[in-house]
Design a protein. Structure first.
Length: 115
């Protein structure tokens, strides 16, 4: 029996609508439906890696690509004053969807500690 698609795979396949900010052969970036900042974009690999803690050494280039895309999207969205990049890992780390993704947050001053 084939594995069920993740929520993000369904979005990538256009089975679920989303507001896309970026797409390439390795990943895509969409607006978060429950934004935690004025700008809240998710950068999601097309490869369904469950979480960053489950990534393998062969995923190194993809992980770097996700961060470069987050930076590119931040420039596109005029976040020159600063932005935050967050990766949640596991339920206690704030992970809500078990498919690796990078949160790009901006448009306001970020506080520390974050949560």
């Amino acid at each position: 029996m084939p594995e069920e698609k993740t929520l993000f795979q369904k979005i990538a396949d256009r089975e679920i609508p989303a507001n896309f900010e970026h797409e390439d052969d390795q990943c895509f970036a969409i607006r978060d439906i429950e934004p935690q900042a004025p700008v809240h974009v998710l950068v999601i690999p097309r490869k369904p890696i469950q979480r960053v803690g489950a990534a393998n050494p062969e995923d190194q280039a993809l992980l770097g690509h996700l961060l470069l895309v987050a930076s590119q999207v931040a420039r596109q969205l005029d976040l020159e004053d600063g932005f935050r990049v967050v990766v949640n890992n596991g339920p206690n780390g704030g992970e809500a969807v078990p498919h690796l993704h990078v949160h790009l947050l901006g448009g306001r001053k970020m506080t520390w500690p974050p949560g």
